[in-house]
Design a protein around this ligand. Structure first.
Ligand SMILES: NC(=O)c1ccc[n+]([C@@H]2O[C@H](COP(=O)([O-])OP(=O)(O)OC[C@H]3O[C@@H](n4cnc5c(N)ncnc54)[C@H](O)[C@@H]3O)[C@@H](O)[C@H]2O)c1
Length: 469
């Protein structure tokens, strides 16, 4: 009896504690029917939806880069291959990193850009009249504040992943983009990898039947990198937060496959993390035994159910030694695909006869030859445009996908087309950073996700990639 009363009072206390944590927060959550339910506040007056948004074509897209650490200079290099873009300004905390990026421009025969350095120097860059797009590769904690500042100053923004670290920041991006009518794209490069793009094309052509379940992950041992992040920002974030703090490489491509906010919606998730066995060892060896209690579980698994009854599994594992994997697995009513460790297609009766593939059986991987022939046949149209696939492999950036992403961003701005990824993608995918942590911190309680489109998730059908006529 005592135990029963304890349980009841603990449950009541927990419910009160949970519902009170965000009672007055329009972007917070409350507990209803044993679920955590995030608020979806009404759209403030003066804002309009950004679904399908496009603006006037920009003849030459003038770009300012902020953040020139491990990731940023590669983007500067790639932009030197884009005819319809010019690098106008470069910014970092450190003067020498700006100088190194200037040398990249010079090595491509491009003019030096305006250079800025220091903690608040990005403001001067954003305030320039001659910049169309601000491209951010700074620590996660700075993504949203700088992106908001840039949009407030009339700039489109492209933000490295994840675009935001909290649900409040996700709404800041949505609200600012809707109010200023500026594009806000997250740079989710994994959506542009060849296998993922080809599978998306096959899915949209019906080869998998109805998609039932999809998996994506970020399993990457970061041991070689921890010491290289500026000011230790990544370790600090992981040390202080449980949950899937880097979900977008896994969730991005599968959300496109499922048409999330283009006919379906991520509805409810449950997240569970292992303890931080190796994470704690790493923190102990970096800072001294017991200096910090390391929060991020070594393995985080999140299950999401969509409004149309599909499920998604997302995993995050950056502390343990293991082969790299983004998982990427698609289960449909008529076929199956798996990317790691080996790219495999198992497709059956939905493959057209004229594809000439024999012995089709969705319970068996087809031969590598048959897979490659089918992949060539279903190569995504955007990668065929002007020999983009070949050029991307030559320019590089994670095997070419980074260049395809940058190319598409500039192509769409140059042609006045909607971008491939919109601000709602950025918000939905990044919101998992906080929402998975909230679920875990409450005993893996189910969490109902907010609707960043505010009721418009069912307006269009399937992701599309705009092409100039
Ligand atoms: N999409 C991908 O495949 C991929 C790969 C690597 C990194 N990233 C993302 O890129 C971003 C940067 O990661 P990184 O590995 O380059 O980290 P990093 O620490 O090497 O680089 C961050 C840079 O930002 C600069 N910076 C910090 N504060 C600044 C400020 N106030 N103004 C201007 N510059 C400032 C730092 O000096 C540093 O040079 C992160 O969001 C990360 O998640 C994405």
């Amino acid at each position: 009896m005592k135990k029963f009363l304890f349980c009841i009072s603990f449950a009541v206390f927990s419910a009160l504690a949970l519902s009170s944590c965000s009672q007055n927060d329009p972007y917070g959550y409350s507990v209803k029917n044993n679920q955590i339910v995030y608020n979806t506040p009404p759209r403030p007056a003066g804002q309009q939806s950004m679904l399908g948004f496009s603006c006037d074509p920009i003849e030459n897209v003038r770009v300012g880069f902020v953040g020139l650490g491990m990731r940023g200079p590669g983007a500067v290099h790639r932009f030197c291959y884009l005819d319809d873009a010019t690098v106008v300004a470069l910014c970092d905390l450190h003067e020498e990193r700006v100088e190194k990026a200037q040398q990249i421009l010079e090595s491509h025969g491009k003019p030096r850009a305006a250079g800025y350095w220091g903690e608040e120097a990005y403001k001067e860059l954003c305030e320039r009249e001659d910049i169309d797009l601000v491209y951010l590769a700074v620590p996660w904690q700075l993504h949203t504040p700088i992106a908001v500042y840039a949009m407030e100053h009339g700039k489109h923004v492209a933000i490295e992943v994840p675009a935001a670290t909290s649900v409040k920041e996700c709404w800041d991006l949505v609200n600012t983009s809707e109010r200023t009518r500026r594009h806000c794209m997250m740079l989710e490069n994994c959506c542009y990898d060849f296998f993922e793009l080809t599978c998306l094309n096959m899915i949209q052509q019906g080869l998998f039947g109805e998609i039932v379940h999809a998996e994506g992950s970020y399993c990457h041992n970061l041991d070689p990198y921890w010491d290289r992040y500026e000011g230790d920002w990544r370790m600090i974030y992981n040390r202080e937060h449980n949950g899937d703090v880097y979900p977008t490489h896994g969730i991005g491509p599968v959300c496109q496959d499922l048409g999330i906010h283009r006919g379906d919606k991520m509805d409810v998730l449950v997240s569970m993390a292992s303890d931080a066995f190796r994470g704690q060892q790493t923190a102990d060896s970096r800072y001294g035994e017991g200096a910090y209690e390391y929060a991020n579980g070594d393995n985080t698994s999140t299950l999401i159910r969509t409004r149309n009854g599909k499920t998604i599994l997302v995993e995050h594992a950056v502390a343990t030694p293991r082969p790299y994997s983004r998982m990427y697995q698609i289960t449909g009513t008529r076929g199956f695909a798996n990317k790691y460790p080996n790219q495999g297609l198992a497709l059956g009766d939905a493959v057209p006869e004229d594809a000439g593939i024999e012995d089709l059986d969705a319970e068996k991987y087809m031969s590598n030859e048959a897979r490659d022939a089918l992949m060539a046949r279903y190569q995504h149209p955007i990668t065929k445009e002007g020999g983009l696939a070949e050029k991307a492999k030559e320019v590089g950036g994670h095997g070419g996908m980074d260049f395809i992403m940058d190319y598409r961003l500039i192509y769409c701005l140059h042609n006045g087309l909607p971008l491939d990824q919109d601000v709602y993608d950025a918000a939905e995918w990044s919101s998992l950073v906080e929402i998975t942590e909230v679920s875990i911190n409450h005993g893996s309680m189910p969490v109902v996700l907010p609707d960043f489109t505010r009721g418009e998730w069912n307006k269009s059908k399937g992701v599309s990639f705009a092409m100039a006529k």
